[in-house]
Write a protein that binds this ligand. Structure first.
Ligand code: PLP
Length: 478
């Protein structure tokens, strides 16, 4: 028998694998005889003991049968091992869980949304973490509280009271593994499968995908320059609406006061939830952050979701939900099933960071740095694009939206070309929930310093002209 050995591992393993492969591919059919061990050893130039050991392994695993001195034969039914090799996994990722944040590296990364490591007080954080590591040494041998470390729940409640004007006690706070877990818990615990949830269009995929993954349908509702169009929510039964009132993601619009009132009235009348994502409200440049809807919530229909991803760092994976104590209890029971609570060490360090005033100082300092970068970005856009650029949503957050007169289709082409030039950016179209594309480019300024922002916008300008020229050329040819 000619047997091709792959050279990987011991000779015994190579003989075993080569024979097994032949059986699995049907070359050696069920019932057929394997060559005598002496013969095969001679053909392969190995010791007979090596072949015997390989045969014994195949017999032990059910690939072959051997009775007394009779020849070893291939089993009629081979063991089923395919599931272990992944063939039985679903062939494609289901649509509901396809979303994932991008992780490519760029020379200039203008994609929205992350804080700058240079702005963070690393030494203070390291000191707090070291101190908590010592204090937490015994507590670490118990399971954490599923609703969050009591000190952190208290610290978050006090912070929200002072900074967001929200009357709030620790029993109204659930600590989560980032807002993403909050969305997933809310979807599974509070949103029935039979009713849809309204989402902003364009809007945050992280929320809509969490809801779809829970088997709940989403209904995209357009956003204008006052926020989500509340009139369009009134038709049909909805269990909830998801909004980003303090800084709509991604358009940057602040929800107007009449729209806020209308939304609260709708939720009260319909008995539906408002999921208020307060992800980056801390970064408002020319005025204090807008008050959260939760402040005007008389009936407990607003679930405020917050995150430390933008204000501390995303790897912390800490966020929170503010709701009535009974709602917090339901969510924390589900969190307990999910992960039995978030690790206490980071929570303890974060509680101290808030309690000792470092968080608040860090926010003030970051805001100054961000304002400087935002100014540099706006100056560069005006310098290169002049009045052709329309700026939107520049009052707060970590990105601005710029309409430079391209169509949404041209913008898609621009994002692709920019990527190959090392420039990372998003178009509003990437956040469409309904397939309706609206033009606008998201330019994030959290990470880049002035010089890089200048160069990035100069490159962007050149690429925009290229896309326009190519498009005009293409049209002339047709
Ligand atoms: C609209 C919105 N909400 C929430 C988050 C934060 O999510 P997490 O707390 O899971 O990091 C982000 C982050 O990009 C976001 O853009």
């Amino acid at each position: 028998m000619e047997l091709h050995l792959d050279g990987v591992g011991s000779l015994q393993r190579q003989i075993y694998s080569a024979l097994r492969q032949r059986m699995e591919s049907g070359v050696l059919a069920g019932g057929s005889r394997l060559p005598g061990s002496r013969l095969l050893a001679r053909d392969l130039g190995v010791s007979r003991g090596t072949v015997v050991a390989a045969y014994e392994q195949l017999v032990a695993e059910g690939y072959c049968n051997a009775r007394g001195r009779a020849a070893t034969r291939v089993a009629q039914t081979l063991p089923r091992v395919r599931a272990h090799e992944g063939r039985r996994l679903p062939p494609a990722v289901p649509h509901a869980i396809r979303w994932r944040a991008g992780d490519d590296a760029f020379l200039f990364d203008l994609r929205s949304g992350l804080p700058n490591p240079a702005d963070f007080p690393h030494a203070i954080w390291a000191r707090l973490l070291r101190a908590k590591l010592k204090q937490h040494a015994t507590a670490a041998f118990d399971y954490p509280h599923p609703e969050g470390l009591p000190q952190l729940r208290q610290a978050v409640a006090s912070h929200l009271q002072q900074w967001r004007g929200l009357p709030c006690g620790p029993d109204r706070v659930l600590i989560t593994h980032g807002s993403q877990q909050a969305f997933s818990l809310i979807a599974r615990a509070l949103l029935p499968a039979g009713l849809a949830v309204a989402v902003e269009d364009p809007g945050y995929h992280g929320f809509s995908q969490a809801v779809r993954a829970a088997g709940v349908a989403v209904r995209p509702v357009a956003v204008d320059d006052a926020g989500i169009m509340v009139d369009d929510i009134r038709h049909g039964d909805l269990s909830a609406v998801y909004v980003t009132p303090a800084h709509q993601f991604p358009t940057g619009v602040l929800m107007s006061a009449p729209r806020r009132r209308a939304l609260l009235d709708w939720a009260e009348n319909a008995g539906s939830w408002i999921i208020e994502d307060d992800y980056d409200s801390a970064y408002r440049f020319d005025a204090p952050p807008l008050a959260p809807l939760k402040q005007y919530d008389d009936t407990g229909r607003v679930l405020l979701v917050g995150s430390f991803s933008k204000t501390v760092f995303p790897d912390l994976r800490l966020g929170y939900v503010v709701a009535e104590p009974a709602t917090i209890e339901v969510l924390s029971l589900l969190k307990n099933l999910d992960d039995a609570g978030s690790s206490g060490l980071y929570q303890a360090a974060l509680a101290a960071f808030l309690d000792q005033g470092h968080y608040q100082r860090h926010l003030r300092r970051s805001l100054r740095h961000l304002a400087r970068r935002r100014g540099a970005l706006i100056d560069a856009v005006v310098e290169h694009f002049g009045d052709r650029a329309r700026l939107l949503g520049a009052q707060s957050g970590l990105h601005i939206v710029v309409d430079v007169g391209l169509t949404a289709v041209q913008e898609r082409e621009l994002v692709r070309t920019a990527r190959s030039h090392g420039l990372g950016l998003h178009a509003l179209g990437a956040f469409s929930q309904s397939g309706m594309l609206r033009p606008g480019l998201l330019l994030g300024f959290g990470r880049l310093e002035e010089g890089s922002l200048q160069r990035a916008v100069a490159l962007l300008h050149r690429l925009v002209l290229d896309v326009q020229r190519r498009d005009a050329g293409g049209r002339r040819e047709t």
